[in-house]
Write a protein that binds this ligand. Structure first.
Ligand code: HEC
Length: 97
């Protein structure tokens, strides 16, 4: 019985230490991926440097602002309503790689 509890405690600890990178990936999958993973609605695709190049010229701050305000077919906040500015920045960095 004690052993079972210990195993459960260790499992819980493991889940509690989700790194920031995992968190960003999870947010990406739940939101941005719907469009940026598929190119839906003309969204620049994740990892496609040619499609991102002209947008990168705007600079990171302008791109983060576009996400927050929405742009073209992209809804405001890119559907991630609980994302912070730092998380939007990390998400954009993740997609342009
Ligand atoms: C419903 C589809 C959709 C979702 C969800 C979405 N995007 Fe977009 N995104 C687009 C489209 C379409 C464009 C191109 C907009 C244009 O230039 O007209 C775009 C453009 C962008 C750009 C470039 C902005 C610029 O100024 O050129 C960034 C950065 C971006 N998305 C980030 C994100 C992030 C981060 C998320 C997740 C939090 C996200 N998007 C979710 C559809 C989406």
């Amino acid at each position: 019985m004690k052993k079972t509890l210990l195993v459960a405690a260790i499992a819980l600890l493991g889940f509690g230490t989700v790194s920031q990178a995992d968190d960003i990936q999870a947010k990406y999958q739940a939101t941005c991926f719907a469009c940026h993973g598929t190119g839906a609605a003309g969204a620049p695709m994740t990892g496609n440097k040619a499609q991102w190049a002209p947008r990168m010229e705007l600079g990171m701050d302008a791109m983060v602002a576009s996400v927050k305000n929405g742009k073209g077919a992209m809804p405001p906040k890119g559907l991630c309503n609980d994302c912070t500015d730092d998380q939007f920045k990390a998400l954009v960095e993740f997609m342009i790689k």
